[in-house]
Design a protein around this ligand. Sequence first.
Ligand code: FAD
Length: 431
Amino acid sequence: MTRGADAETFDVAIVGSGIVGLGAALAAADRGLRVVVIDRSAEVQGATVRNFGHLCVTPQAGFARELGERSREIWLRLRTEADVWVRESGTFVVARHEDEMQALREFAEASAAGPAGVGADAGAGAAPADVDVRLLDADTFRSMAPVAPADVVGGAWLPRDLQTNPRQAAPAIASWLRSRGVEFRMRTAVTAVRSGVVETTRGAIAAGSIVVAVNHDIDQLYPEIAEREGIRRCGLDMMRVRGHLRAPLYAPLLTGWSMLRYGAFAVLPSIAAVRERLTTTEPGLAALDLNLMSTQLPDGSLIVGDTHYRGDAVPPFQSEHAFQELLRATGELFGTSELRVIERWQGVYASAPADFLVDEPDPGVHLVAATTGIGMTTGLALGEYAVIAALAGRAAASSGPIATQSRSQFRSGSAGRAGTPHSGADTPALS
Ligand SMILES: Cc1cc2nc3c(=O)[nH]c(=O)nc-3n(C[C@H](O)[C@H](O)[C@H](O)COP(=O)(O)OP(=O)(O)OC[C@H]3O[C@@H](n4cnc5c(N)ncnc54)[C@H](O)[C@@H]3O)c2cc1C
């Protein structure tokens, strides 16, 4: 593709300025292409700013893991080049019951390097480069994460995972891309896409390749594909709270509820027991389809969540009961009754049986979406994948799960284990 003389002609047009669209824009800009990003919002306000900022690579399985690893590289690059707040925090997973600890042992065994040994060298200050899952005994976990001490049976630290600030990341990436010549057309709704042309509320834009990264709004632009792939909308209740924790939360915190959700946990023998116990002892929380987790923003406030409800439409009326249950469960997690809610919001993302949608409905038109709640972890690489597919002049997928597609093009030389967490102030101390 060559640069067109017409100002409205681009090499690559990207619909959607969330993390997937930004990943596509970065990949296209890196290849020296003329890029336009089109979004109907005035600012990035979709799922990309509403999430926990948890870049949760280690618990992913299959191609989600591969996308996560590649995204991890891009996030670390963006920290350096685009001034995006990213910390090599790892992830804390607390075990508050023996079945959760057993699941973590199985998780460690299943990971490439196997278990690091419960409490074996947890005071060393950094994990070996080849350890994905470091098991921790109760005392060590209590010293690392400010959860209610009496409830801790043990836990794990997943050193490869990262944390970002979702409110800062997308604007920073967009601003940096602008400085590199990427054009953004905001307040511009896309009404139709066909090969070579994006129809918008501000006129048509011509482009050699088009990437459509509109998350759940795929059901508006491509309703037949959304219906075929079983894509629905998932609504989530979220809060930001302040409260006195007994120590800072240096890494995203997952719980037993989280273990029920991620691919690499789902196959563990003990997960059925964890699910059975949690749903029996906490049916109210189970009915909310809870993923009890939390991250701490740089200003000290905590993002807490989340509940899940799915449908063709997400009701805008958020249940206060759900928020109160979330607050109770979070208070129990941290051992405090003094959490003060400072914000509530609703997140929405695409949800489907497969983890990703990748399709090419017309030649040169590439649809991509994370269809479960792992788009911050995988989205930068998913966008890149779409650009690679577009430039290769072939579909990234005919339909259905991306896992069936070629992945080798996707690996980069520096992929793989990127080393130990640095020892800066944003790294949890292992003492
Ligand atoms: C509450 C919540 C918590 C989450 N937590 C995590 C987490 O911790 N870790 C993780 O990995 N993932 C998490 N996720 C998932 C993750 O946030 C999403 O998968 C990801 O942000 C999706 O990015 P996106 O670019 O596809 O979509 P979005 O960020 O939603 O962006 C899509 C963009 O498309 C635009 N658009 C739509 N239709 C049109 C149109 N017709 N014309 C022009 N523009 C259009 C929208 O305006 C929007 O800006 C969470 C999601 C939610 C909601």
